[in-house]
Design a protein around this ligand. Structure first.
Ligand SMILES: Nc1ncnc2c1ncn2[C@@H]1O[C@H](COP(=O)(O)OP(=O)(O)OP(=O)(O)O)[C@@H](O)[C@H]1O
Ligand SMILES: [Mg+2]
Length: 273
């Protein structure tokens, strides 16, 4: 079975892309799982992490835009355990394009169902990065997910956005009901993840105290320069951890981050079994 996680929140810069990238590479490199990343953010930041694969290689069929245009898509092979569906330049126009289409929030869902056998054979996990919005394209990513992860930095706006996302997901579940059976197409469980949490500030401490109370709380990722550096150098933290000296210098960060990632992957593994 292939398990699907969507990373989203209606707030910019909270770390959605960084967490999708690092979780995906951790699953691929440390857990030896097969991963498909889908970049549904029109800014294309996740795709840019792999821009060295760019030169003349990316075809229209490798772009997720093509699916919403009603065309075929084919993931781009990145490395042994990881493929990518790239965000193309037309992604920002896709909401308008599908607006009047029937079942316009089940386009990605249909693609997964129609190709399920092949996807399940090729991949253990599909991880979807999104834009910080609730558009139709983003709702497509909620609809197919086994879990949706709301990622927030320590702020009241972020906490508000986490609560709103939970409500929006429940609303969509009710909307996407199959008329005869009355069952929803959508089965996503919603989880929340803190990110950029500092050790020594009141804001971070208060934020942690609040989100730790939530029943669907996954954990938090520390505010850490290594994540920033990794984004700039296009290197996932799992690769930094391979270096013994670096690992020892940041042992607590690596251990706590990877234990959050293990928790997420275990939740995915257990979904629907
Ligand atoms: N745990 C972290 N520690 C330190 N810096 C971080 C952390 N997570 C993310 N960042 C930094 O915060 C910035 C925003 O991160 P990122 O691009 O992942 O957020 P995003 O939610 O995907 O943003 P957008 O809404 O623009 O898509 C980047 O500069 C990134 O390097
Ligand atoms: Mg992003």
């Amino acid at each position: 079975m292939v398990k699907i996680a969507t990373v989203n929140i209606e707030k910019g810069g909270t770390g959605k892309t960084s967490q999708t990238f690092n979780l995906g590479e951790y699953a691929a490199q440390k857990r030896n799982k097969k991963v498909l990343l889908i970049d549904q953010d029109k800014s294309g930041n996740l795709s840019n992490r792999y821009s060295e694969y760019d030169v003349g290689l990316i075809k229209d069929e490798n772009k997720i835009d093509n699916l919403y245009k009603g065309k075929d898509i084919k993931p781009l092979h990145i490395h042994e355990n990881l493929d990518l569906l790239v965000a193309g330049v037309d992604l920002h126009e896709m909401d308008n394009l599908i607006q009047d289409k029937h079942n316009n929030r089940l386009i990605l869902f249909r693609w997964v169902m129609e190709n399920y056998e092949e996807l399940a054979e090729k991949y253990d996990y599909i991880l979807i990065d999104t834009h910080n919005d609730t558009t139709l394209v983003t709702q497509n990513a909620w609809a197919i997910a086994d879990i949706v992860i709301g990622v927030s930095d320590p702020s009241m706006d972020g906490y508000g956005a986490l609560l709103k996302l939970g409500n929006d997901i429940e609303k969509l579940k009710k909307d996407l009901v199959e008329v005869i059976s009355g069952n929803s197409y959508m089965s996503a469980d919603y989880y929340i993840l803190g990110n950029k949490v500092k050790h020594n500030t009141n804001t971070s401490r208060e934020f942690r105290d609040i989100i730790e109370q939530e029943p669907n709380y996954l954990g938090y990722i520390q505010d850490k320069e290594l994540i920033n550096t990794g984004n700039l150098e296009k290197i996932p933290i799992v690769e930094y951890a391979e270096d013994e000296k670096t690992f020892r210098a940041h042992k607590e960060f690596f251990t706590s981050t990877f234990s959050v990632y293990d928790k997420i992957l275990n939740i995915l593994d257990e979904k629907g079994e």
